[in-house]
Design a protein around this ligand. Structure first.
Ligand code: ZN
Ligand code: ZN
Length: 414
């Protein structure tokens, strides 16, 4: 089998030979914790060992799977396998849990670490030493019909600004799981999962990061409705790194799970998510708004950029760079007023277009607008014109706007 995918290969409840697991995916063939280098996974083999010492790996009443770390003699330390479990989310790896049954291994499921406890347990020589007890939760456990309420002390993610939210999401990934109380550990886990999902949902301000269309409706709390999709796992529970997640409209989300070409589609989504996060990490991603301002005669407003500066003499749909303390709509109105003395009424969001100019990247948020005045001024541009859509091809546009025009011309409702 060429390039097997561990996310689809292992079926919950099925039995596997340990040799086959390593033949396919690599990783250490001995010991309880195996870390293949070519796959973003960590295999945990629970042998139900330790029974003779009065402790045992397995499910507990709190709904968590308790898994004892590695190290047969002396204190357990956060090195090698134990460190890999502790950092699995930060390192972008998923835990695949197996239980030993005779010569075979039964796949229990994909897990996430909610916390760990340091406990005193005997080593194989019978000496008491420091042990590490990992508490694992099934990844899908965070899809609950009624999610846990936010603990009082945590602020609701929707209240935060984009950069605060992004910071909070990455803090959630790095969070240390040294929590003894299982309830508290689970509450924190749900909170972390929630804040990362919330960040991803807000990363494109309500526009689908695949098709670029705006969310089809608002939720009861007034947020545009998008679904956070876990690209690698194709099952949407638990926290994951934002570069493996993407905000999708319900149509695109169905396609990612059920489409005939879902493999190709998910590969494209993965590339997109990594492009976004890499550009944000490098601080080269600009959030820009643009207006498709259409007058009563069906003509659209375009303006020519000044000769000097980036993309000089290119035509564009006017708009400008988004500032943190405003909404996209406020940004658009402000920019049009500043640059062209134009007042508009925003009719509806049109489309998000992501574009890479190599030295920098932009996310262009576009809106259909109606002009409210005609005495325009050229405060930045060298020229403006109102033209019919069919004449757009006669002008030299910026790369992102060229892509936008292709979409517009293919779009019948405009
Ligand atoms: Zn979509
Ligand atoms: Zn999904």
């Amino acid at each position: 089998m060429p390039n097997p995918d561990p996310y689809t290969y292992f079926q919950v409840g099925s039995l596997y030979k340990r040799k086959d697991i390593h033949d396919l995916f690599g990783g250490q063939r001995q010991g309880g914790i195996s870390t293949p280098s070519r796959y973003p996974v960590i295999f945990l083999f629970s042998s139900k060992r330790g029974k003779e010492f009065g402790y045992q790996d397995g499910w507990k009443d709190d709904g968590l799977y308790y898994y004892t770390g590695e190290g047969q003699v002396g204190d357990m330390t956060f090195t090698r396998g134990n460190l890999a479990i502790k950092n699995h989310l930060k390192d972008g790896k998923d835990l695949f849990l197996f239980e030993t049954e005779g010569d075979l291994r039964r796949f229990i499921g994909r897990m996430s670490l909610v916390g760990y406890e340091e406990v005193t347990i005997p080593d194989i020589k019978g000496n008491l030493r420091k042990g590490i007890l990992f508490k694992l939760i099934p990844q899908d456990a965070s899809i609950e019909p009624e999610p846990l309420p936010y603990p009082e002390k945590y602020e609701k993610p929707e209240k935060r600004s984009f950069h605060d939210l992004r910071q909070a999401a990455f803090n959630a990934i790095k969070a240390d799981g040294n929590v003894a109380d299982s309830r508290e550990a689970k509450a924190r886990y749900y909170f972390r999962s929630n804040i990362i999902a919330s960040y991803v949902r807000n990363r494109a301000y309500g526009f689908c990061e695949a098709c670029g269309k705006f969310a089809p409706f608002n939720t009861t709390n007034g947020q545009p409705y998008l679904e956070p999709h876990h690209i690698r796992r194709r099952s949407d529970g638990g926290p994951d790194r934002p570069e493996f997640m993407i905000a999708l409209c319900p149509n695109c989300h169905r396609k990612a799970h059920h489409g005939a070409d879902q493999k190709k589609f998910n590969q494209a989504l993965l590339q997109k998510a990594q492009w976004i996060e890499r550009s944000l990490f490098n601080s080269t991603l600009k959030y820009v708004t643009a207006a498709l301002t259409i007058d009563n005669e069906g003509r659209i407003l375009i303006a020519r950029r000044p000769t000097k500066g980036v993309l000089g003499d290119h035509w564009e749909f006017p708009g400008g760079k988004f500032e943190e303390n405003e909404t996209l709509e406020e940004c658009l109105k402000r920019e049009l007023k500043e640059e062209l003395n134009l007042t508009v009424e925003i009719e509806r969001p049109f489309m998000l277009v992501d574009h890479d100019y190599e030295k920098f990247q932009i996310r262009l948020f576009t809106y259909i607008c109606k002009p409210m005045n005609s005495n325009l001024k050229l405060n930045e541009h060298s020229k403006y014109v109102w033209i019919k859509l069919k004449n757009l091809k006669n002008y030299k546009f910026t790369g992102a706007d060229k892509r936008l025009i292709e979409i517009m011309l293919a779009h019948t409702s405009l």
